[in-house]
Ligand binder design. Sequence first.
Ligand SMILES: [Cu+2]
Length: 370
Amino acid sequence: MADSGRRPEAPLKAPDKKQISRRAVLGTGAVLLGSAGLTAAGVKISDDARHAARVAAPSSSSAPTRPSGKTKEYWVQADSFSHNLVPTGADQMMGTTFKPADSTYWAVGYRAFTANWGEALPGSDDIGPNTGIPGPVLRAEVGDTVLVHFRNNDTHYGWPHSMHPHGFKYAPDSDGSYIAADTTTPGRAVPGGQSYTYRWTAEPSSVGTWPYHDHSVAQGITPAGPVMEFNAEVGMFGLIAITDGRTPKVDREFFLFFHDLYQDNLPSLSQDYDAFNGASYLGNTPTFEARVGDRVRWRVAALGKEFHVFHIHGHRWKDEAGRFTDSQILGASTALTLEYTEDNPGDWLYHCHVTDHLAGGMVGWYRVTA
Ligand SMILES: [Cu+2]
C-alpha cells in the first residue's frame, strides 16, 4: 500500500544546546580506533559477504535493484516501559542476588503490531519474542521492498525517535539518522504520537544479519547531558535477517544481541550491566534449545562502545575464512551469522569472553537434548 502510512512530522524542537558528553565522545573515538585496527589485521566480522559475493558483486550503481520480490510491511511502535534486567533476582553462575531496584530502569523498545498498530503481535519464530528488547526481527528476501510503518509511543521520556537500518539499500528519507543541520529530511526525529514510513530494499549485497536502531536526537537523563545513541542504550535496537535462494534451510534459528547499560547514564541502576537481548546474568538471559541432528543458525549483533567475543561451550563452527573456531569478535554494529549441525547434547554456556562483560552478565544457557 505504498506510502499511505506516511504522515508529515511536526517541526522539530530547537536542538539541545548542551554538547554530547565528553565521556561519550571519547568512548566512541576508542571504538573507531579499535575498528580500524581490526580491519587492518584482515579480521572480517560478517561471514555473509562471501555468500553474497557468489550471487553478485555489491552494486556500485545508484539504481536500486529492480524489485523482483514482495513488498513486506511491518507496523512497529516505540513503547516506553519499566524494565528489569535481572528478573529472577539472581545470577546462577556466581550466586549473586539483585533486588528489583538494583536492575530496573525506564526503557524504550520496538514492538511489532498488526496493521495500523492495532495490537502487539505475539512472539513467534518469525519475529522473536516481541517483548521490546530487542525489537522484532525484520526479515526480507533479496528483491523485496520493506515498508516499516513506525509510530513513536514513547510516553515516558517524550523524545523523538527513529529507525535506522543496516544492510538494506534506501534513500536519505529512509535513513532515520538525526542531523541538526538538516531538519527538512523526514524520518530522522519522529515526534511522540506521530508516525513515519521507511522504505528499504534488499539487494544481493544485503544478504546476512544486520542491526537496526534508533539514530535520532542524542538524549540523556543526567547533568552530564546528552549521550550519543542513548536511545539504543535504553533498548531501541533489533536484528534484520536477509536471505536469498542460497541461504540454507535450518531447523533452529537463534537471535542474540550484545549491548551494555552504564550506571553513569542510567543512575537507577546499581552497576553497569552487560546484557543479551535485554537481560543480564545466567538464568535471566535467553535460554536457547536444540536437539542433536538439528541444523542450527545463530544470528548475532552488537551495538554500543565495547568489543565482544562470542563463545559457545562444546561447539565449533567455520568462520568466513573456512577455519574452525569457537570464539568470534564482534564490535559495534557488526554481526555474525554462524551455522553448524548440532552433535553434542548437554547444558552448555554461551557467553561473551571479555571478562568484564562475563562478570557484568553476558552469559546464558544453551541446552541440547539427544
Ligand atoms: Cu562483551
